[in-house]
Design a protein around this ligand. Structure first.
Ligand code: NAD
Length: 379
């Protein structure tokens, strides 16, 4: 009998942005088999898409509540073991909560929920149930992000003194200037997105990246957010100052109206002995800077990289790997955790990362609405 992990999917239908990334990622290391789910709230569309994937119609459900009830009736070696939640943000919490309560492991898209309170509630249930829970901060799976994290924790650049992170996109520019378009985009609807658009959607990726690679927690934030139009309640641009509990300080700049930008996530970490720089649109390279030597360019797949970085590459150096591979590495880490064969710590972003992300979003919005003041995060 196959030892593949039985995966269910909520959302991520043929009309979605992120569905294909999860499906490809789950198939990458032959660890999962997609067996069912609810890809779309419209049942005929749901079934049509599932058929296209070659799935058995009997495991395609009308909604997530029915999926949980019906799957729970199946034998343990038949029922779905882990569910990927790929719907718009407001559905993450009710779906993940019921999944955990009914003993399913969860892979959830970011932002984890729409409020910090909901995030804490999920963490409580996850701990009680002792289930695997990943939050797909996708970029953390890149081999050179893993290498950067290892080099910083090994002291390669010394004590950190400055962090500069940016995540610039331009996709909202053609949307935001037309009232009808901005009123029909779910990411700009607080009921579907939560209290923030730009910070919740992409600033949170940059924040997670900052805390991951530095190994340090952000202590406080001061944010200046922009909505551009008075009838738009959601931030679409954010300039955020950050402070750590050490003397280190930094910035997180994120925008969805940075005209012409695509997916320009970058993180630069400057230490006493050197600096490391990485950029998502050129992800197989890591730049190492020092005061007195030419810049070194480290590349993925070479034996000088750490074991956890090498575990994230599948082909010899020179074969570019990208976002699908990065998500594939997250799925690989989750598969190991479900099968209790963990290779190294922090192979995938956890529920704690998701909770931190929600605290960051709320504190950023609070800082802005109170007149751009410093606000402390919970620690
Ligand atoms: N990790 C990343 O880098 C990344 C990138 C993009 C999106 N996301 C996140 O993924 C989530 C989805 O984003 P998207 O851009 O794919 O959205 P989308 O609007 O493109 O797709 C949403 C999908 O969910 C389905 N859906 C909606 N309601 C549903 C319901 N009740 N039951 C089942 N399916 C339902 C829709 O039919 C659609 O297929 C969001 O939370 C977003 O923040 C993450």
């Amino acid at each position: 009998m196959s030892n593949k992990i039985r995966l269910g999917i909520l959302g991520g239908g043929g009309d979605s942005l992120i569905g294909v990334l999860h499906r490809v990622a789950s198939s990458m290391f032959d660890r999962y088999e997609i067996v069912g789910g609810v890809f779309n709230p419209n049942y005929p569309d749901n079934v049509a898409f599932a058929k296209k994937l070659g799935l058995n119609e009997s495991r395609i459900y009308v909604d997530f509540e029915t999926m949980i009830v019906e799957e729970s009736k199946l034998d343990k070696d038949e029922r779905i073991e882990v569910v990927s939640v790929l719907t718009p943000n407001f559905l993450h919490y009710p779906m993940a909560k019921q999944l955990l309560e009914n003993n399913f492991n969860v892979i959830c898209e970011k932002p984890l929920t729409t409020t910090y309170k909901e995030a804490l509630d999920l963490k409580k249930i996850q701990e009680e149930k002792n289930l695997v829970f990943a939050v797909t901060y996708t970029y953390t799976g890149y081999p050179m992000v893993r290498q950067m994290t290892k080099m910083i924790s090994n002291g390669s650049i010394g004590k950190i003194q400055k962090v500069d992170a940016q995540y610039l996109q331009g996709w909202l520019n053609p949307v935001i200037h037309e009232k009808e378009k901005r009123n029909s985009t779910w990411r700009l609807d607080p009921k579907k997105s939560g209290i923030s658009c730009c910070v919740g959607d992409i600033g949170t990726h940059a924040f997670n990246m900052v805390e991951l690679v530095t190994g340090m927690k952000v202590k406080s934030v001061l944010a200046d957010l922009n909505t551009l139009y008075d009838d738009n309640p959601m931030d679409i641009d954010a300039n955020i100052l950050i402070r750590f509990s050490t003397n280190a300080k930094g910035t997180i700049r994120s925008s969805q109206i940075a005209t012409g930008e695509e997916n320009n996530l970058r993180i630069n970490v400057y230490g006493e002995k050197g600096a490391l720089k990485w950029e998502q649109e050129n992800p197989n390279y890591l730049y190492h800077l020092t005061d007195d030597a030419p810049m070194q360019v480290l590349k993925s797949g070479h034996s000088y990289n750490d074991e956890i970085s090498l575990d994230g590459t599948k082909l010899p150096p020179g074969h570019p790997e990208g976002i699908f591979d990065s998500m594939g590495n997250i799925y690989k880490g989750v598969a190991r955790a479900i099968r209790k064969e963990t290779f190294q710590d922090a192979e995938f972003p956890s529920i704690d990362d998701g909770v931190r992300g929600m605290d960051f979003i709320e504190k950023t919005v609070e800082s802005n609405s109170k007149g751009n003041i410093w606000i402390e995060l919970n620690n």
